[in-house]
Design a protein around this ligand. Structure first.
Ligand SMILES: NCC(=O)CCC(=O)O
Ligand SMILES: [Mg+2]
Length: 323
């Protein structure tokens, strides 16, 4: 035998030397759920180890993460039912707890990179990302106006990266124009370019209590069967001024991550979503697999597929394990 691939696996030093992919805390964005009650702290039932936090706890959490080397956070609001309405009015109310908390976070930790989400669902009494008309249809162009106001309100709070996750057509360009017209030329946009209508968002909707009250999201989120459609979405986002392209979910869509990586020069992000976290966490709780190894392998696979950035609920745990 002339060629014996096992020689390059014979010791830990050689294995490390020939390792093609490495995940570091620099690659990670940690999604966090913000509660209205400043002192609140409630675990998400379907995401063991992940908590919804009031601002007091969240400041502590961010401080701990920064010490561990995790410096980027995507913050989502948990909105009480009483504050939801058809037009998601609270999403662009600068006095709402979410915006005041974001300002507090940026003031305390100016060095942290803070990302926010642009979509109507957390604030919508219909639980949809856009405006729902009397026939249950999701209105595209009317929704853009709400998204524009939402993005501007977040930019005014000093947010570093705006994340439109709604999948309305034309929203990246619409938001870019509004930000630029108001002087926020340095506010970045990470577009959820290829966001699929996935079952793996279930635990996130538990966390935010934001599941659609009727229907599903298939008229705006992509069909999991489609790969080439991701190129259409990504082309548009590039033309409209996105700074990053995102694929979501991650693990069931590694081919899409690779496709975008091979076809675009912009950095590629992948969202290792709540259901992907929950599967590992639940199996680990049952003793059916090792949580740390499964976490490391998941993140490695997402990076190997081509993701430069990974949004993951494992961020803090990964960083702790690296210490
Ligand atoms: N717009 C953000 C999400 O929908 C997150 C989904 C998840 O983590 O399941
Ligand atoms: Mg699109």
């Amino acid at each position: 035998m002339m060629i014996r691939p096992r020689r390059n696996r014979k010791s830990a030093v050689i294995r490390a030397m020939v390792e093609e992919t490495k995940v570091t805390t620099d690659d990670l964005i940690f999604p966090l759920f913000l509660l209205e009650d400043p002192k609140g702290k409630i675990e998400v039932n379907s995401m063991p180890g992940i908590y919804r936090l009031g601002i007091d706890h969240m400041l502590k959490e961010i401080e701990e993460c920064l010490k561990l080397g995790v410096a980027a956070f995507d913050i989502f609001p948990v909105v009480n039912e009483a504050h939801k309405d058809k037009m998601a009015t609270k999403s662009h109310d600068s006095g709402f707890f979410y915006i005041t908390a974001l300002k507090e976070v940026k003031k305390r930790f100016p060095e942290a990179c803070i990302m926010t989400d642009v979509a109507m669902d957390p604030y919508s009494s219909d639980g949809h990302d856009g405006i729902v008309d009397e026939n249950g249809k999701i209105l595209n162009d009317e929704t853009l106006e709400v998204l524009g106001k939402m993005a501007l309100t977040q930019a005014e709070a000093g947010i570093d990266i705006i994340g439109p996750s709604d999948m309305m057509d034309g929203r990246v360009g619409y938001i870019r124009d509004i930000l630029d017209d108001n002087g926020f030329t340095e506010t970045s946009i990470m577009s959820y370019s290829a966001k699929y209508a996935s079952a793996f968002y279930g635990p996130f909707r538990d966390a935010l209590d934001s599941a659609p009250k009727s229907g599903d999201k298939k008229t705006y989120q992509m069909n999991p069967a489609n790969q080439r459609e991701a190129l259409i979405e990504a082309d548009l986002d590039v033309e409209e001024g996105a700074d990053f392209l995102m694929v979501k979910p991650a693990l069931a869509y590694l081919d899409v991550i690779k496709l975008l990586k091979d076809n675009y020069e912009l950095p590629i992000a992948a969202y290792n979503v709540s259901g992907e976290y929950a599967m590992v966490a639940a199996a680990a709780e049952k003793g059916w697999l090792d949580k740390t190894s499964a976490m490391n392998e998941s993140l490695l696979s997402i990076k190997r597929a081509g993701a430069d950035i990974i949004l993951t609920y494992f961020a803090k745990e990964f960083a702790k394990n690296k210490q």
